[in-house]
Design a protein around this ligand. Structure first.
Ligand code: GLA
Length: 404
């Protein structure tokens, strides 16, 4: 979610079902009349292990849903009105399912946009009164927007998950973001939030839409997300510029070779020709995407073989390519990766998400997490003047109903 739309993160205990029911009753006393009618849904954030800025080029991605998430406790209604309270700020926002209106630049846009996209997809929706609680930091590059959309979809749909597949629901939520909120994102974030698998990463081929779990070495290692503490002010505009550069590069090669419809169709042997057709910046964007798709495949192979040094090299190459060719790595992200890479037991480190600030992802031996925290605390604030936040995360299941 954009910083301006920000509710702050709650304590994990606030997300427990009993606590959420009490919070709902506090803001919506009528919910107490029929506790059995209260529903709770959840949707996780995501971290991307590798395959950055490849999704909208119809390439390959390897995200994992994480155990930082958004939950909505609500009672369904039959009056076609949606009214939600932010558990973090107490702010109450509402809209009418039959007169959704335009985006307002506020957190409710993600809910309203999802309602709009569900209707466009022919999925029946219902009114509700509810409360939103989140343990997922916003505007951090951990896909709080996608989580808000998926949680909303599960709350708004008349039948669980809209009666469509999680992947189809992810596409509806991507449509909400593209067509209503106005961010031209790819499918990765909504896919991860919808289709995550507990204890595993999930591979997606963004062209064929084939996907499946990829095992992680979680007996010995854990995923650690480190937030730079810097805001991502240019993300939306710069993101859309990068996307346009990629599409222009694909179109230039496509004019000569009709087989090329996106950068997914460009192979490494075509890169020299690309260099003659487009300017240097567009060429480097293209080279990043083409080589990054290869690194996703190689990372999956290296994980399957238990070859963590190879994973480390691939993530380092991805980070360098995002810095030098795609130019989305801030000095703060670079500092965090440099510090982490020097810590014994950190198998792999790179920036994750759109870039321009946000977070790094680290694959860390379980007994080295303390060392990593200490190294970041000792080295990062002095270099940047910023306060980092370190989260050891588990790979979580995709969005759905919370029982209990
Ligand atoms: C953001 C977008 C995704 C993807 C990543 C970069 O998270 O929402 O669709 O493009 O950036 O990999």
């Amino acid at each position: 979610m954009r910083a301006s739309a920000r509710p702050t993160a709650a304590e994990p205990t606030d997300l427990a079902p009993a606590a959420m029911r009490s919070s709902l009753v506090a803001v919506e006393p009528r919910a107490a009349a029929d506790p059995g009618a209260i529903r709770i849904v959840r949707a996780p954030g995501r971290v991307n292990l590798i395959g950055e800025h490849t999704d909208y080029n119809l390439g390959l991605v390897l995200p994992a849903a994480i155990d930082l998430e958004i939950r909505i406790a609500f009672v369904p209604t039959d009056d076609r009105r949606v009214e939600l309270v932010s558990g973090a700020t107490g702010e109450r926002a509402r809209f009418d399912l039959d007169a959704i209106g335009r985006a307002r630049g506020a957190w409710i846009d993600y809910v309203a946009g999802t309602a709009w996209a569900l209707a466009e997809a022919g999925v029946a929706t219902r009114g509700l009164r509810g409360i939103v609680v989140s343990s997922l930091p916003t505007a951090s590059g951990l896909s709080s927007s996608a989580a808000m959309e998926l949680a909303s979809a599960w709350a708004l749909a008349d039948v669980p998950g809209g009666g469509i597949s999680p992947l189809a629901l992810a596409r509806v939520c991507q449509r909400a973001e593209n067509g209503y909120v106005g961010v031209n994102c790819g499918l990765m974030d909504q896919f991860a939030s919808a289709c995550g698998v507990a204890g595993a990463a999930v591979f997606l081929d963004c062209r064929s839409l084939d996907f499946g779990p990829v095992a992680l070495p979680l007996a010995t290692h854990t995923l650690v997300v480190i937030h730079t503490g810097s805001t991502r002010s240019l993300t939306t505009s710069q993101y859309n510029v990068r996307r346009a550069q990629c599409e222009a590069a694909a179109a230039a090669l496509g004019a000569e070779d009709p087989g090329i419809r996106s950068l997914r169709d460009v192979t490494p042997v075509m890169l020299p020709r690309m260099r003659e057709l487009v300017d240097d910046a567009a060429y480097r964007r293209c080279r990043h995407v083409v080589t990054e798709n290869g690194r996703v495949r190689e990372t999956i192979e290296a994980l399957a073989a238990g070859d963590l040094p190879a994973v480390g090299r691939l993530w380092a190459a991805s980070h360098a390519s995002l810095r030098d060719d795609f130019e989305v790595v801030s000095p703060e992200l670079d500092a965090l990766v440099e510090i982490a890479t020097a810590v014994p037991g950190v198998a792999a480190a790179r920036m994750t998400g759109a870039g321009f600030g946000g977070c790094t992802i680290n694959l860390v031996a379980r007994d080295a997490v303390g060392r990593l925290r200490a190294a970041v605390a000792a080295g990062y604030p002095a270099r940047t003047g910023l306060v980092p936040r370190v989260y050891a995360v588990d790979a979580a299941a995709g969005a759905g109903v919370v029982r209990g």
